[in-house]
Design a protein around this ligand. Structure first.
Ligand code: HAM
Length: 422
């Protein structure tokens, strides 16, 4: 018989990691829903054309797309990110603006798997359509930073840049093209290919041989139109006013082609591996139009869940949540009493679990320990005959008996004791 394991770049997320995963999404939902963002759940696959808008010269499109023809002959792709899907949904449903949405879920990129880089990876993110105001750029960045705060992360650095409007971007791209063409022999082979498609993306090269030429390249800030320059200055001023620290990075072009004006990235300085970018985003005024909609401003970000949790590990913050099982029932009289007790506790909204198969007292106590429950409820034949149960708080070891009919209130009392101790 053959046996199978997960494909490269994919993982099973088991408990307790999975519980931490869900808590991560809950914390994000809390931050953004308090700020007026509503959940959107786009499909995990779409017409390939939706994602071609990410840029014909980006690795995400040319090398990493999971695309295939479905049985109906449609060209389909698993989503590599969700911004394009959100814009497609905007064009399809025409909601009133400002449209503020958030999302959470998996994305797919055929990358070389390594720590912090997976073929299926999760993001949480948000997008706002229909607002040009620089205060929105600052709001969006502030929300990401509040989320990091709630996780307990301290070592997160924000880099920010402006790529200007479409016209600025084009002018700068032409200048960059001539500059890189005059040094083409010194560039890596990959960058020479990128140069023919999109000179801006050469700035994103991490290859050693390209670094000197990149360092001396022209800077986008010298090519911003007055309006794009003012927008960027207003964003920085709004961040200053909120006391949000940032570093202006002229070379930050990001890996997707739809960005205009403000772009930003969050890097964990606690991570030492190659993949320290834990989130990123920016404006993409123009993407909605490219997807067949009216001219609409757009901005958002996505934070990599997998990598952010690695950053949490590195900073030793945001541990897995405790189990919701408060009481573990140990019943050596056959098991029926455990069923009744569990049922009663669960109906009173107290988490309860039990052992099965009428195992020995010792084996059931071990299971109680492993469960992470706060109290064990022990029922032996003496207790059964006396109409009582024994309650043993797991970390004090001092047990006591109560009458069976007083069990729920006694356990509620234990819940309050533990709450007030925390
Ligand atoms: P991105 O920079 O491609 O942007 O991805 C955002 C984050 O997702 C990255 O910073 C990283 O933490 C995580 N990530 C990306 N690829 C992988 C991978 N293969 N394995 C693990 N984590 C990964 C976007 O996706 C844009 N849609 C962000 C955006 C939203 N821009 C505007 N709105």
């Amino acid at each position: 018989m053959s046996s199978f394991s997960t494909s490269p770049g994919t993982r099973d997320i088991l408990t307790p990691d999975a519980a931490r995963w869900r808590k991560f999404q809950d914390v994000f939902a809390g931050v953004v829903e308090e700020a007026g963002y509503g959940l959107i759940i786009p499909p995990m696959f779409e017409d390939l054309g939706v994602f071609l808008r990410l840029g014909e010269a980006t690795d995400v499109v040319t090398k990493e797309m999971y695309d295939f023809e479905d049985k109906g002959g449609r060209r389909i792709a698993l989503r590599p990110e969700q911004t394009a899907s959100v814009c497609r949904a905007f064009v399809q449903h025409r909601p009133t603006t400002p449209w503020k949405v958030w999302y959470a879920g998996p994305n797919f990129r055929y990358e070389k798997p390594q720590q912090g880089r997976y073929r299926q990876f999760d993001q949480v993110g948000l997008e706002v359509l229909g607002v040009e105001d620089p205060y929105l750029d600052a709001e969006v960045i502030a929300l990401a930073s509040q989320f990091y705060d709630r996780l307990g992360l301290k070592e997160v650095q924000l880099s920010i840049n402006s790529l200007g409007d479409a016209g600025d971007r084009q002018r700068f791209t032409d200048v960059l093209r001539s500059y890189f063409e005059s040094h083409v022999g010194e560039l890596s082979e990959d960058s020479q290919v990128t140069l023919t498609k999109n000179p801006l993306r050469v700035l994103d090269s991490k290859r050693r041989e390209d670094q000197k030429i990149i360092a001396n390249a022209p800077r986008i800030r010298d090519y911003l139109s007055p309006t794009a320059g003012e927008h960027f200055a207003a964003v920085l001023a709004a961040l200053d006013a909120m006391n949000i620290k940032y570093v202006i990075d002229d070379r930050l072009v990001r890996g997707l082609d739809y960005y205009r004006r403000t772009t930003f990235e969050f890097v964990s300085t606690a991570l030492t591996a190659a993949h320290t970018a834990i989130g990123g985003g920016g404006r993409y005024d123009g993407l909605v139009e490219e997807l067949g909609g009216p001219a609409t401003a757009g901005i958002g970000f996505a934070l990599g869940l997998d990598r952010t949790l690695l950053a949490c590990d590195a900073e030793q913050v945001f541990p897995a949540p405790n189990t919701d099982v408060f009481a573990f029932v140990v019943d050596t009289t056959g098991g029926q009493e455990a069923s009744l007790v569990c049922n009663q506790l669960r109906m009173a909204r107290i988490g309860a679990d039990r052992a099965f198969d009428n195992r020995s007292m010792k084996a059931q106590m071990k299971a109680a320990d492993r469960s992470g429950a706060q109290v064990a409820i022990i029922i032996g034949s003496n207790e059964l005959d006396a109409g009582q149960v024994v309650i043993r708080p797991m970390n004090s070891g001092e047990q006591y008996s109560v009458n069976r009919e007083d069990l729920v209130s006694a356990i509620q009392n234990e819940v309050s004791k533990i709450r007030s101790a925390n």
